[in-house]
Structure formats: structure tokens, C-alpha cells
Design a protein around this ligand. Structure first.
Ligand SMILES: N[C@@H](CCC(=O)N[C@@H](CS)C(=O)NCC(=O)O)C(=O)O
Length: 195
């Protein structure tokens, strides 16, 4: 059975959410980032990571991509134009949303006090707001982020929005409505209940 390592309150949420969507059984080990327990399996210590037949796969987006390709669900086919467009959206979300929230997280609760630059948070919030405007103009969120189909970039963006919300980043109306639609999904709710 696939083994998932990480805290469901962290980026591991993305992996657990996809597994619930796929209805695949998995074994979850709640471990903290950089803990000795984590480093025993993955010496880098970053979470999440999974073991599939004892083979280690790290990095949440690599795991989502691997699982969705393997099960041919919630992704466009590798090598197709649709997949290229899907991947472009994935990288936009990573560059324009996740990167900002992650730096904000480091300067809020990850770094030790002497390394924190608290003023950076307002700059990141400002940039996050600008990026939302550009993003929704380019990708109108009538249904899902890639169009009609619910795909792995929806899991990534949905998680980034929940994370941003928890850090008091302001989120525009269109993205709030989109996020609320995602939160109605039974698989999202099952994953959220594990947090
Ligand atoms: N790009 C990686 C980032 C993983 C990551 O940085 N995870 C955090 C917890 S959510 C962590 O392990 N931090 C500890 C560290 O940076 O050493 C992913 O998406 O899985």
C-alpha cells in the first residue's frame, strides 16, 4: 500500500486530497518536517514524501503528477497540448502564489526570530493581490482552473488558497467562490477531516 509521510496540515494535504479523489487506500504517517523520523526515510527531511513499493518520491507536485499519471485520472495525458497547458498553469500557481506564501510562512513561523524580516509580509501580500488579478484575467474561473475538468492544478491552487487564507492574505471574490466550490468536494472534506 502507498505510504504517505507528512503533516496533513502542511503540503501533505495535497497528496491526501488527491488520494481521496482517486479512492486509493493509503497509509498515512504524520511526521514533522526535518524530524529524525522523517530523515530516517528521506534524509532531506522535507515533507511530504511517499513510498510506493518502497521507492521514495518527494515533492508534493511531483507526487500529484506521478499518481495522476499512474491512475490516468485528474490529469491530461502526458505529451498532449492540453497537458502542456495544464503544466503551465501548475507552474504559474507555484511561481505566483505558492512561492509568496512560502516566503511569508518562513518569515512568520518557520524561521527563528533573528532571521525574520517582518516587513516583507506586506510586500508579499501586495504582490499576491496583483498576481490574483492577472491570473483570473488569464484563466477565468467559470468552473475549474483548467476549464471544465477538475485536475491536479485545482488541488494545488485550492491548497494555496486555504494556506493564504490562514495567513490573512486577502483573496479576491472570484477565487473565494472557486475555493468554496472546491471545499464542497467530498474528497476535500475527507482530507480536511484528517488535519
Ligand atoms: N516543494 C516541496 C516543498 C516541501 C517543503 O518545503 N515542505 C515543508 C513543510 S510544508 C518542509 O518540509 N519544510 C522544512 C524545510 O524546509 O526544511 C513540496 O511541494 O513538497
Amino acid at each position: 500500500m502507498l505510504k504517505v509521510f507528512g503533516r496533513v496540515k502542511s503540503r501533505a494535504f495535497r497528496v491526501v486530497w488527491l488520494l481521496e479523489e482517486l479512492e486509493i487506500p493509503y497509509d498515512l504517517t504524520e511526521i514533522a518536517p526535518r524530524s529524525e523520523e522523517a530523515k530516517k526515510v528521506y534524509k532531506n527531511g522535507k515533507i511530504p514524501f511517499v513510498l510506493d513499493d518502497d521507492v521514495l518520491i518527494s515533492d508534493s507536485v511531483a507526487i500529484l503528477t506521478y499518481l495522476s499519471d499512474k491512475h490516468k485520472s485528474f490529469t491530461e495525458e502526458a505529451g498532449s497540448i492540453e497537458r502542456a497547458k495544464q503544466d503551465s498553469i501548475t507552474f504559474r500557481i507555484l511561481d505566483e502564489f505558492e512561492a509568496l506564501i512560502w516566503v511569508a510562512a518562513k518569515h512568520s513561523y518557520v524561521f527563528s526570530d533573528e532571521k525574520k524580516v517582518p516587513d516583507i509580509i506586506n510586500v508579499l501580500k501586495w504582490e499576491f493581490a496583483n498576481n490574483q488579478e492577472k491570473f483570473i484575467t488569464e484563466f477565468p474561473l467559470r468552473k475549474n482552473v483548467c476549464g471544465e475538468k477538475f485536475l491536479i492544478p485545482d488541488i494545488l491552487l485550492g491548497h494555496c488558497l486555504v494556506w493564504a487564507e490562514s495567513m490573512n492574505f486577502s483573496i479576491c471574490e472570484e477565487l473565494i467562490e472557486y475555493s468554496n466550490r472546491l471545499k464542497e468536494r467530498p474528497a476535500y472534506q475527507k482530507a480536511y477531516a484528517l488535519r
